[in-house]
Design a protein around this ligand. Structure first.
Ligand code: SF4
Length: 488
């Protein structure tokens, strides 16, 4: 599904994956004591693992989720702890695997469950998402999001969460201890991830509805135990979420003429300077919503379209930057003009971290549309994960770099101790794939580096020079005399 030229590069450099498990197993063997000692060779193996993860693992997961639960389309929603209701059973669905979450969403509306909630004195059942499960159920059902990675403990501190169900990845180990200070029931659901002290309700696909009901009942039973402790959080922000490659294409031409032409044209003439993928985790080492929001605001101000995934989206949502109205107010004039014409916001949330594969398919569609680069490499686009913390973020960054996207990660470099590894990942990968992998802790430098890559790609493609403020100048109604004057 990648552009032909991108695939030719992979073939040339011997990094076409031969299967997901094979590459992972081989990678583990290479790093066993006394096997692969050449940095470049080892890194090329990591590239193969990462390409398998991105173009096979994540992309297939996204596709199957879309087949099972529907391709996302924009819908309004809410973000913030104000979503928790005093008179309803509040359940937070946290983790990554959408299958059980989808079933809980379905079963929460079941008349039997609603009646059960009423029998315990609650007015209803109120669901909220956390981390990537939040993205999944927000973009398909408009279920409010309680936030990203750094919000999970804070949600419990509100004292209003009757149950939090978790599956895999990004679950803080201290959640169970913390929940004991309140009344929250912690429910683990995956055989792969158990927590001492939590209630385990194992998820089984063939009895998904039953398991979902069991979890909901457990939360309902806990509703009468709610205490008065916890801090009152009432903030809520409006948002629009649920953009997929298919929908962005549809928005640019309708059902009959769906295409990426308007976006490519806007980039060619410099109305839009480039595209940034703002992805990845949020991180307790930086102030809440810190770097994601700072970068998103600066990029849209500079006429750069932002697509976001994972907890990066949560940061912008919680700050209220995910409505077209709010974000357009801060967008540069060229970007604003295009977004208003097409009817899209300047920050487009594409879904969970697995949905980074949607960015790959968007870049591929842009390459196929023509007028920019014929491959992913060379596009005026950059990937940024300013607050990353999870290992899989490294795999994501690597498959983007190997697909041709310059990638910048925040924080200290985990490979900074080796000049050779740093050089290979930045310079050698750029020569081979037109992508690169940098680590840069300073957010202002991240911003500058990204714009440099975008402008260099524009120059290499011989696109019109980007001029700030050139487009979108305020329209003035002219009288006859002024028109005559201007036509002279
Ligand atoms: S973006 Fe990072 S922190 Fe957030 S859910 Fe994904 S992996 Fe976890």
């Amino acid at each position: 599904r990648a552009p032909q030229k991108t695939r030719e590069r992979w073939k040339k450099w011997g990094v076409v994956p031969r299967g997901v498990d094979r590459e992972v197993c081989e990678g583990m063997h290479r790093t066993h004591m006394g096997v692969d000692h050449e940095p470049d060779n080892l890194l090329m193996s990591a590239v193969r693992v990462a390409l398998a993860d991105g173009w096979a693992g994540s992309m297939i997961s996204t596709d199957i989720s879309d087949v099972l639960f529907g391709t996302p389309r924009p819908m309004r929603g809410k973000a913030g702890f104000g979503m928790f209701k005093d008179d309803q059973v509040n359940i937070v669905v946290h983790g990554h695997e959408p299958t059980l979450a989808e079933m809980i969403v379905l079963m929460a509306d079941d008349p039997e469950m609603q009646e059960y909630a009423r029998s315990k004195g609650a007015a209803g059942i109120n669901l909220g998402g956390m981390c990537c499960t939040a993205n999944e159920i927000l973009m398909r059902h408009g279920i409010p999001t309680a936030g990203g990675f750094t919000n999970q403990e804070l949600a419990i501190l509100t004292g209003k969460v009757d149950a939090m169900t978790v599956d895999v990845q990004c679950i803080m180990p201290a959640l169970v201890k913390l929940s004991e200070r309140f009344h929250t029931r912690m429910v683990t659901t995956s055989e792969k991830a158990k927590f001492t002290g939590a209630t385990h309700v194992g998820y089984e696909e063939h009895r998904a509805a039953e398991v979902a009901k069991e979890i909901i009942k457990l939360a309902v039973d806990n509703f009468p135990n709610r205490k008065k402790n916890g801090y009152a959080a009432t903030d809520q922000q409006d948002l629009v979420a649920g953009f997929s490659q298919e929908y962005i294409e549809y928005m640019q031409g309708g059902r009959m003429r769906a295409s990426f032409r308007p976006l490519n044209d806007a980039i060619q003439v410099g109305r839009i300077r480039g595209v940034v993928g703002l992805a990845g985790c949020d991180n307790p080492r930086v102030p809440a919503q810190g770097l994601h929001l700072y970068l998103a605001k600066e990029f849209i101000k500079s006429d750069v379209l932002v697509v976001s995934t994972g907890c990066g989206s949560h940061a912008c949502q919680a700050a209220g930057y995910m409505t077209p109205e709010m974000a357009l107010e801060h967008a540069g004039p060229g970007l604003k003009e295009v977004c208003e014409a097409i009817g899209i916001p300047p920050i487009l949330p594409l879904g969970s971290c697995v949905d980074n594969s949607r960015i790959l398919t968007i870049l591929t569609a842009m390459a196929a549309e023509g007028g920019l680069s014929e491959e992913i490499g060379g596009m005026p686009g950059v990937g940024i994960a300013p607050e990353w913390m999870s290992e899989k973020a490294l795999a994501i960054g690597t498959y983007f770099a190997a697909s041709g996207v310059p990638v910048i990660f925040g924080g200290e470099s985990p490979v900074g101790a080796s000049n050779e590894v740093t050089r290979i990942m930045s310079e050698t990968w750029y020569e081979r794939f037109k992508g690169a992998f940098h680590f840069e802790p300073d957010p202002e430098k991240i911003f500058d580096m990204a714009l440099k890559y975008i402008d260099a790609a524009r120059d290499a493609l011989k696109l019109k020079k980007y001029e700030p403020g050139k487009f979108g100048v305020e329209r003035v109604l002219m009288d006859m005399a002024a028109r005559r004057e201007s036509s002279l």
